[in-house]
Structures are given as structure tokens and as C-alpha cells.
Design a protein around this ligand. Structure first.
Ligand SMILES: [Zn+2]
Length: 185
């Protein structure tokens, strides 16, 4: 999560953050992932227009507004909801960009499942995540830290159409599990 980026607070971003905090204060401190993401989604549906087109595109905000959360494996992702809630509430010197980044990061972590496969390039602590190609629906394992992406055979994967990989819905895992690539339990 990128918090406190260099640019100073703008009136718009500060007000926007206050509106987010108002939404988040309805949640308990020990909030679960589903409740946190559902709350963020309600807020975003209301305020996404405040971010302006370039930021909405850059951080995929429109996509998160429309996401059907129930279709994703929220119970198996790594998002620490209570921690994310604290960070979002206390987000300092907000800019439109830093808010968009924080919100998009919560969604990304909240819907993405980690695999047991280590990143062969950076050996980062989190290993490779399960993603899929938006064009072929092919399973791709990708590293958040260095961007390495590979297919299930370990061959490097690169996007042909410049489209971003997306988090797969729960139903996709049933197919992949049969191919003996397992998420971390
Ligand atoms: Zn890596």
C-alpha cells in the first residue's frame, strides 16, 4: 500500500478521505474481509467519479465497483482486514492517487489467492499469486514484488495485448485444483 505519497493534500482528496472514514467507522475494529470489501465497494460506488478518468483507469476502480464479491475466494486470500481498516482510516496526507492506490490494493489483496510456488526470480516472501489471462482465461502465476509471471509449467508468460491479468473467480479453482496446483490452505 502506498501511503503518504509526495504530493500534498488537496481539498478534494481530504474531503474524499473523510467520506471514506465516515463509511469505515460503521465497521467493527475486527472486521472480516467480506464486510470490509463490501463497505469499500459501497463507498466507491458513490464516490468513484471524484477520482477522474486517468486515476480510475490506472487503479481499476470501476472494475472494483462492479465486482461480485461473492464469486471470489475471499476466505482464502491474504488480506488482513483489520489491519487494512486501520490503515485506511488513518491514511495520512491523502491525495486522489494515494487513496485510489490504497483502495485498489485492499481489493487486489482481498480477492487474490497465493500459491505454494516461490517466485523463481526474486524469491519474494509472498510467492506467486493465482491470476488469469483476461483473453484466454489461462491460469498464470504472478509475483507482486517483481512482476514475474509464468504458466503452470513454469514457462515465463508475457501479455500479448497489454491487458492486465485478473484475479480468478472461485469457480475457476475447481478446474485448476485438479491439475495439482494448489493454493495455500
Ligand atoms: Zn518475484
Amino acid at each position: 500500500m502506498s501511503v503518504g505519497q509526495v504530493r500534498g493534500p488537496s481539498m478534494g482528496a481530504s474531503k474524499l478521505h473523510r467520506s471514506l472514514v465516515d463509511y469505515l467507522y460503521r465497521l467493527p475494529d475486527d472486521v472480516d474481509r467480506t464486510a470490509l470489501l463490501a463497505c469499500l465497494q459501497r463507498w466507491l460506488a458513490h464516490f468513484v467519479g471524484e477520482f477522474g478518468k486517468p486515476i480510475r483507469l490506472e487503479y481499476g476502480l470501476d472494475k472494483y465497483v462492479d465486482l461480485d464479491l461473492l464469486r471470489y475466494p475471499l476466505s482464502r486470500t491474504a488480506l488482513e482486514a483489520a489491519h487494512a481498516l486501520r490503515c485506511l482510516r488513518s491514511h495520512e496526507r491523502p491525495t486522489l492517487e494515494s487513496l485510489a492506490s490504497a483502495v485498489s490494493s485492499a481489493f487486489r489483496q482481498g480477492i487474490t489467492v497465493a500459491s505454494e510456488v516461490d517466485c523463481p526470480r526474486c524469491w519474494g516472501p509472498d510467492g506467486l499469486k493465482f491470476l488469469e489471462s483476461p483473453t484466454t482465461n489461462m491460469l498464470v502465476l504472478a509475483c507482486d514484488t517483481c512482476g514475474r509471471a509464468q504458466d503452470t509449467q513454469g514457462q515465463e508468460w508475457s501479455a500479448t495485448e497489454g491487458k492486465r491479468l485478473r484475479a480468478p473467480e472461485e469457480a475457476r479453482f475447481a478446474v485448476w485444483d485438479r491439475r495439482e496446483i494448489r493454493p495455500i490452505a
